[in-house]
Design a protein around this ligand. Structure first.
Ligand SMILES: [Zn+2]
Length: 305
């Protein structure tokens, strides 16, 4: 399948929405960067049979100005604009270098990354943020509900998942539900979706090819797992938050669903079939998670206190 010419994408993005007098402050003409070809087929070939979080993958084009720059087992997304790049998730600490390499492979300098945003405060998604922050000089924006965990390098104490620590992250901008991170024509909206973790964040934005604009929904993980001896039913406030988070995920605008763990939304299968845009996948993601959580709560009834 032939993908749209990325240079054209950049030019179009600039033409549609960027004010004519807008200039990046450090004036490197990103609009002139020819984004390298990043065919999905290269990603699928290299990742065949590989799903580890640190298995290197090449960058791949998703839609419009949105690219995958993560590993075979973890997503990291790059949203391109002539004013700069927004990086969504970095993956593990080890993956930071792989993600950095993919950004370069697309033709950019690391200093072109101006913002880093994340899905949730677990080491497999934010372990590499501190290093990426150093490599790029980018600012980090995070929900208030994730800030303490980011800055302490440890998951929230009320989070039932026993998670490993990660390098502490400097949070430059604190966000509330519904806030936006804007860079050039790109507007990324954060949605508090506290199902998988208290600071869980989902992100939506528009990517366009010509006049065909799609809403990308980077919906956070929706699994509700815990240490063996933990019972959600002993924590009614936490349970209420989880339901609220799942409702918020269900309400996300969505043409193209992408999840931090590609396998959670059959990303490879969709890439292989050329159907990344799939309303059925958008629609079923939250209800499936709701059903699993209901089952979990039900099973706890049979567990001794
Ligand atoms: Zn997690």
């Amino acid at each position: 399948m032939k993908i749209a010419l990325p240079t054209a994408v950049l030019a179009l993005t600039a033409a549609c929405a960027l004010p004519a007098d807008a200039q990046a402050p450090d004036a490197r003409p990103l609009a002139a960067v020819k984004v390298a070809d990043a065919p999905v087929s290269a990603f699928l070939d290299q990742c065949e049979g590989k799903e580890e979080w640190n298995d290197p993958a090449p960058p791949f084009h998703i839609y419009g100005n949105t690219y995958g720059v993560g590993t075979c087992g973890l997503n990291s997304l790059l949203v391109i604009d002539p004013e700069g790049l927004v990086l969504v998730d970095v993956g593990t600490q080890e993956a930071a270098k792989l993600v950095a390499e993919n950004i370069r492979r697309l033709g950019f300098q690391l200093s072109d990354v101006k913002w880093i945003v994340s899905s949730h405060e677990h080491w497999d998604h934010v372990g590499g943020v501190a290093e990426m922050q150093q490599l790029t000089g980018a600012r980090v924006a995070a929900l208030a509900s994730a800030k303490d965990a980011f800055e302490s390098g440890h998951h929230n104490p009320i989070d039932p998942q026993g998670d490993a620590e990660f390098p502490k992250i400097r949070v430059d901008r604190v966000l509330n539900d519904g806030d936006t991170v804007k860079l050039g024509a790109n507007v990324l909206t954060v949605h508090a979706t506290p199902a998988h973790s208290p600071g869980s964040s989902s992100w939506t934005w528009q990517s366009c090819e010509g006049t065909a604009c799609k809403t990308i929904a980077y919906a956070d993980s929706a699994t509700t797992i815990s240490a063996d001896d933990y019972r959600f039913t002993d924590h009614p406030d936490y349970v209420a938050n989880v339901w609220r988070g799942l409702d918020a995920i269900a309400a996300l605008p969505c043409d193209i669903l992408i999840t931090p763990h590609p396998s959670a939304s059959a990303m490879r299968e969709r890439l292989a079939s050329g159907k990344m845009e799939d309303k059925a996948t958008c629609r079923s993601y939250a209800p499936d998670a709701r059903a699993r959580f209901a089952k979990r709560l039900e099973s706890e009834k049979n567990k001794p206190e």
